[in-house]
Design a binder for this molecule. Structure first.
Ligand code: HEM
Length: 398
């Protein structure tokens, strides 16, 4: 047949049996549309972490998909779409702006936000985990990080909802039109926010980047807009989806939830296992500019290569009994944050959010899913995996 196709509705619902087949029978697989799918842990690390596998071709492909307009004007300059030396230049701007002081402050804010969000929900005994808890936590975190006032969060949410679908190859013309309009407004908003931060620096990431590049060659507003947009899109749906995927794993494995409650020191291990077992980022794409050999398979110049982190996380060569959800594991780190030169710059922050969320939720007695598994709806995306909504119930407390 046409081979592996991540757009197949059955794959979107549950990709893991397909990954298991690929891992076993065809770990570097030529699938639908001639795209190469890579599944083994070591190979995925190579593809994600090395410069030979570039992003410029993906940028051009995507730019022609969305056409001219604010979307490509802003996004084509973001870190996700650069190869070296531009990639390294942006990375050395963004990375150091996550200062230890900022990270410490964010840690305290995240714990506080998670507690504040849960307080009114405790009395209800039910919530939609995604809308009522995970999304507001992730949105509050990213907007605090960027120094956006709390009153602007609803606008940020609305723009994100319209822009996010355009980042996927499944985007429809209507979605692209809505995304263009939203990106135009978002860029305008950021222009003002950045001007304000230039006048009045704060304790946030944008101020830190302005500060770090002061002196001879001050950073342009366009570069700051691109970076802010990149952080918003790298850093909030991913976290929201990961909280949902993690909680769902615990709901399906109640003994693991009991173990976490009995031994709260396992929280960090639990977060790693959630990331491994059902990663919110399933795949990342590259294009190669020269023939190369990947574990014995020859890939031709120009080939599109998709590294499936979701599969690497179930590679039996790395993880014993990989389909088992077990928070006591101490094997390799999950491939969910990528690798090497492009390893996720927000991994520390994401782990803090996941810990805060899981720590708070594990404290709810009688935690259960309020809908049967068959009714869960997944987001329509090949890259990002997460449920649209996750109704849960728990023992109400005054
Ligand atoms: C890159 C996953 C949260 C910022 C990446 C990459 C992955 C990833 C797989 C590499 C992409 C590639 O190789 O093409 C995740 C997951 C998250 C998460 C699973 C949540 C569970 C965050 C957060 C932030 C962030 C919260 C920021 C506050 C970034 C940035 C990059 C990146 C800036 C680009 C790094 C580069 O290209 O050098 N992330 N991420 N991420 N992530 Fe995250």
């Amino acid at each position: 047949g046409a081979g592996f196709d991540p757009v197949d509705p059955a794959v979107l619902r549950d990709p893991y049996p397909y990954y298991a087949w690929l891992l076993r029978h065809d770990p570097v697989h030529r699938g639908a549309n001639g795209i190469w799918y890579v599944t083994r842990y070591d190979d995925v690390r190579t593809v994600l972490g090395e410069a030979r596998f570039g992003r410029a071709g993906i940028r051009d492909f995507w730019a022609s998909l969305v056409g001219p307009g604010p979307l490509s004007e802003v996004l084509r300059h973001t870190i996700f779409f650069q190869d070296d030396p531009d990639h390294e230049r942006l990375r050395s701007l963004i990375g150091p702006a996550f200062t230890p002081r900022l990270i410490r402050r964010m840690g305290a804010e995240i714990e506080q936000t998670a507690r504040d969000l849960l307080r009114p929900l405790r009395r209800r005994g039910e919530m939609d985990l995604v809308d009522d808890f995970a999304y507001p936590l992730a949105l509050a975190t990213i907007s605090t990080l960027l120094g956006m006032p709390a009153r602007d969060r609803d606008a940020l949410r609305a723009w994100s909802v319209d822009i996010a679908p355009t980042l996927d190859l499944l985007a429809s013309p209507e979605e692209i039109a809505r995304g263009q309009a939203a990106m135009g407004q978002f860029a305008e908003y950021l222009t003002e926010l950045i001007a304000e931060r230039r006048r009045n620096p704060g304790d946030d990431l944008i101020s830190a980047m302005i500060e770090a590049t002061g002196g001879q060659r001050p950073i342009t507003t366009n570069a700051l807009i691109g970076t802010a947009v990149a952080l918003v899109f790298a850093g909030h749906d991913t976290v929201t989806n990961q909280i949902g995927n993690g909680v769902l794993a615990f709901l399906r494995h109640p003994r693991q939830l009991e173990l976490l409650r009995a031994e709260p020191d396992r929280l960090a291990g639990a977060v790693e296992e959630c990331l491994r077992y059902d990663s919110s980022v399933q795949s990342n794409s590259r294009q190669i500019s020269a023939d190369l050999d990947l574990s014995g398979t020859k890939l031709p110049e120009g080939a599109f290569v998709v590294a499936l982190a979701g599969a690497a996380n179930r590679d039996p060569a790395q993880f014993t009994d990989p389909d088992r959800f077990d928070i006591r594991r101490s094997e390799r780190p999950p491939m969910s944050f990528g690798a090497g030169m492009r390893f996720c710059l927000g991994a520390l922050l994401a782990r803090m959010e996941l810990k805060a969320a899981l720590g708070q939720l594990a404290g709810l007695a009688e935690l259960r899913a309020a809908v049967p598994a068959g009714e869960l709806v997944y987001r329509r995306s090949t890259m990002f995996r997460g449920v649209v909504s996750l109704p849960i119930t728990f023992a109400a407390t005054p």
